[in-house]
Design a protein around this ligand. Structure first.
Ligand code: B12
Ligand code: SF4
Length: 496
């Protein structure tokens, strides 16, 4: 039987970063186009942000900042705090979405969902179900590994959930729908069973990196994003298993794209869009240093003139020579997962790094002319005041090399992390059934209560004050952006 191309919309709703075009909907849409489907990619996140920014009053919050992510995620806070602010914008764009579905005769719609997009996505889903009941709805994105999401299959709000990387699962699912089949049994796809009583799911092996498409950005109005940067994904997964991180669980075993494949994408897109700065969307660039070095050599032996930045692990194998080579290849900054300055806590986190290596890496990077950015996690289970003091002491030693500190909003405990899956192994207060105890503000605490939301926020405040003496940027930038609202912000919204 001849396959008939389907008309598909892939959409990202708020809230997500608008610094660059999203890779998620781009990968999914580009993959579907390989089968000849008529795909529309809709970044409603950036459109809605633009509308919100243009119509907001000066005293209204910058709610697209990452520090508001939990306000968007938690249902109650979303309805109380975010919804009233975006109501006008939402109305306009939900109407546009319904109209676009009709205009383009959309048959399948796929939502890309980070936790902070969940509330708005559910509202949009229900509207689509009401006004366009024949449209098939797929949910994908990092939040979809959560078992609770199966609720939306049971209520029939959603036809399919794709819990991990989506490119090949979605192609196979749509192929089945195209042929008039149910899609039941496609690996990597969760669906309600034929009898409607259970959820069917078969694990799908990881995609081969070389089978992924080379992306372009023709579907995106690049002038809407806040930075002149193109995103690129060079690898998937991680070689480590830090106990606070869900990325190894999500992406699985570390896989690196071939240097030639990456080079081609860098070359084509830098020429095509005149944008020469690339932000890597990888969990880390140096999972397999040998492969990363191959790419660096390839760039250095070519006349490709680009710059790039991305996340790395502290590593004893990166010497000053390597950082010099990286700089020559165009590396502008590296984001190191330092997390804290207490070796005891780093060991509890299973970071498998030493503070001496961190100091050596920062120095070598700085001396090579590559900006050092560091991520910190304040208040990991087991962190005592003494550990916090060690973090301050370690930072005092290395601040001369550091340009940016990503302070975060304090340790959070959630899906996919070892601290969430096996909380009994850590200093975490538990419910009687052994799960993590959260207070009425969704905050976790240690068994004795000595590590709680207030303590973590207090440490964040102190570290922020401590960092004021250094010429570095501290994210989130509360001092300038939230000057007028600091009290409300700290008490209600700065969730872990
Ligand atoms: C780069 C990055 C950022 C950049 C974003 C840049 C940008 N313009 O997008 C920055 C640094 C700004 C950022 C910020 C934040 N981030 Co971030 N970030 C990442 C990172 C490292 C890569 C994201 C990415 O683009 N990946 C590449 C794409 C292709 O992957 P993907 O989006 O997951 O899509 C794949 C699948 O999920 C699936 N899929 C996705 N959508 C769909 C849709 C359909 C229909 C289907 C079928 C499949 C599907 O298929 C895709 C391809 O395989 C991830 C971790 C990681 N390694 O993935 C964290 C991650 C996405 N970030 C996360 C978080 C929490 C945040 C912040 C809230 C942190 C904070 N409090 O500040 C903010 C929120 C954004 C904001 N307002 O600032 C979480 C999200 C957790 C969750 N369940 O939602 C992640 C997973 C990290 C983590 N382990 O906690 N982030
Ligand atoms: S924190 Fe970084 S190094 Fe650790 S598991 Fe996550 S991605 Fe890997």
């Amino acid at each position: 039987m001849q396959n008939i191309a389907m008309k598909i919309g892939i959409i990202l709703l708020p809230m997500w970063s608008t610094n660059s075009a999203p890779l998620s909907i781009n990968y999914i849409g580009t993959s579907l186009r390989q089968d000849g489907h008529n795909v529309h990619l809709w970044d409603y996140n950036v459109l809605m942000r633009k509308h919100y920014d243009e119509s907001k009053r000066p005293e209204e919050s910058n709610i697209w900042d990452g520090s508001y992510a939990l306000d968007w995620e938690y249902n109650e806070i979303y309805h109380k705090k975010i919804n009233p602010l975006i109501e006008k914008t939402k109305k306009i764009y939900f109407n546009k979405l319904l109209a676009d579905i009709e205009k383009y005769e959309i048959e399948v719609i796929g939502f890309s969902i980070y936790a902070s997009c969940m509330n708005l996505t559910i509202e949009a889903t229900r509207l689509i179900r009401k006004f366009h009941p024949a449209v098939k709805i797929i949910y994908g994105g990092p939040t979809m590994t959560r078992v609770e999401m199966e609720y939306f299959l049971i209520t029939k709000d959603v036809d399919a959930i794709i819990p991990n990387e989506g490119e090949f699962a979605v192609r196979e699912l749509v192929k089945a729908w195209e042929k008039g089949e149910t899609g039941q049994g496609v690996t990597g796809v969760k669906m309600l069973s034929d009898n409607g009583k259970s959820i069917d799911f078969k694990f799908r092996p990881q995609a081969k990196m070389e089978d992924l498409p080379i992306l372009n950005f023709d579907d995106f109005d690049l002038s809407l994003y806040s930075e002149e940067v193109l995103p690129i994904m060079m690898s998937r997964g991680c070689v480590a298993k830090c106990t606070f991180c869900d990325e190894p669980n999500y992406w699985g075993k570390f896989r690196w794209r071939s240097p030639e494949h990456i080079f081609k994408e860098l070359e084509i897109n830098s020429k095509k869009y005149g944008i020469t700065f690339f932000q890597s969307m990888d969990s880390l660039l140096n999972g397999v240093l040998r492969d990363f070095k191959k790419l660096v050599d390839l760039i250095n032996n070519s006349d490709l003139n680009i710059q790039f930045a991305g996340n790395v692990r502290v590593s004893k194998y990166m010497d000053s020579n390597f950082f010099q080579e990286l700089k020559r290849a165009g590396c502008r900054y590296l984001v190191f997962g330092l997390e804290c300055g207490s070796q005891r806590i780093l060991d509890l986190m299973k970071k498998n790094i030493k503070l001496e290596w961190a100091e050596d890496n920062f120095k070598a990077s700085y001396e090579a002319g590559i900006e050092v950015h560091v991520n910190l996690i304040i208040g990991f289970p087991g962190e005592e005041e003494e550990d916090f003091q060690m973090t301050l002491a370690f930072l005092s030693k290395v601040m001369k090399y550091i340009s940016v500190v990503n302070l975060g909003v304090g340790m959070s405990i959630g899906h996919g992390q070892d601290v969430f899956i096996n909380p009994e192994k850590y200093d975490i207060k538990l419910n009687e059934n052994g799960t993590v105890f959260y207070d009425e503000n969704y905050q976790w605490m240690s068994k004795s209560g000595s590590n709680n939301h207030e303590v973590r926020q207090n440490r964040i405040k102190r570290i922020r004050n401590f960092l004021k003496q250094y010429k570095c940027l501290v994210n989130p930038q509360m001092d300038s952006e939230y000057k007028n609202q600091e009290v409300t912000f700290l008490s209600n919204s700065l969730q872990d």
